[in-house]
Design a protein around this ligand. Sequence first.
Ligand SMILES: Nc1ncnc2c1ncn2[C@@H]1O[C@H](COP(=O)(O)OP(=O)(O)OP(=O)(O)O)[C@@H](O)[C@H]1O
Ligand SMILES: [Mg+2]
Length: 298
Amino acid sequence: MADAVVQTLNPHKATMKDMTKADMKTRTPSGLAHPAGNAGAAGASINARGLTKVFGSGDTAFHALGPIDLDIKPGEFVSIIGPSGCGKSTTMLLVTGLEPPSAGSVEIDGKPLTAPISEIGIVFQDHLLLDFRTAINNVMLQQEIRGLDKATLRGRADALFERLGLSGAENRYPWQLSGGMRQRVSIARALVHDPSMLLMDEPFGALDAITRTQIRHDLEMLWLETRKTVLFITHSIEEAVGLSDRVLVMSKSPGTIVEEIVIDLPRPRPAHLGEYPEFSKYAERIYRIFEKLGVYKF
Ligand SMILES: Nc1ncnc2c1ncn2[C@@H]1O[C@H](COP(=O)(O)OP(=O)(O)OP(=O)(O)O)[C@@H](O)[C@H]1O
Ligand SMILES: [Mg+2]
C-alpha cells in the first residue's frame, strides 16, 4: 500500500507513545481557515486525461475504468455518483497516486502525478480508526507520522473536534463512539494536517439517515470555511446534490462519465433539500440517467 494510506495506518508508527500531560499544555486554540504550519493549503486543482484502469493482464485482464477526463477547480466540491462496481473507488485511488493508471494521466495543481501525494486527506467508507488509540490520538497520528508541529496540530485537532461536534469525546476509544462519531473523527484526521484536497469514498454509507443529514451539513460548513478541493464518492443522489458544486454521473462498468450536472443551489443547504424545487429536478435527472443506463431493474 502506498504512502498516504500507510502514513495513516502504519501500525509501527501507531505504537508511538501516546500524548502526555505535557502535550496537553501545548494546546493552542486555532481557527481552521488560516492555519499555521502549512501556509497556502488552499484547494488544489485536479486534472485527468484519458484515465483508464485495467486490472490484471492477458485472459484475466479486467477493464474497470475509463477512459475518463476530470477537471476539478481549486476549492470545488465535486461528487462522483454511479452504480456499484463502476469504478468510483478506483478513480479515487488513481487520483491519489495510490494506484497507477493503465493509461492516461493526472495532474495536481498542474504537476504530473507520478507518486502518491501527501498533501491529501482521505476518508474511507470504513472509518479505519485504530482501536487502541483514543479519538484525539487517532487524529494526532498525522502529526506524529508527518513530523509536524505538535502544538499547531493539536490546536487544529481541537478546532476540528469542536467544529464537528466531537468536543468531550477526545479521550474515548473508537469502540466507545457511535458510528457517526467515528466518521467525524475520520474527517478530523483527514483534515488536521491541512491538506489541499479531501477525497471521500462513501464516507457516510454506513450511517443512519438522521446522522447522514447532520454530518452532510457539518461537512458543508467545514468546507465553506476551509475551501479544500473535495472529491466525494457516493451512491446517494441526495448526498451528491446536497453537497456538490458539480455531480459527475458514471456509467456501469467500465465506468465513464456520462453526464456532468452543475448544482446551482444556494449554500448552506437545508436539511430538507425538498425545500428547493430545483432539488427534485436534479434528483430526477440523475434517476433518469441511471434508468437509461439500465442501472435499475424494476
Ligand atoms: N485490485 C483489483 N483487482 C481486480 N479487480 C479490481 C480491483 N479493484 C477493483 N476491481 C474491480 O474493478 C471494478 C471497479 O471497482 P471499484 O471498487 O472502483 O468500484 P466502485 O464503483 O467503487 O463500487 P462500489 O460502489 O461497490 O464501492 C469492480 O468490478 C472491481 O471488482
Ligand atoms: Mg467503492
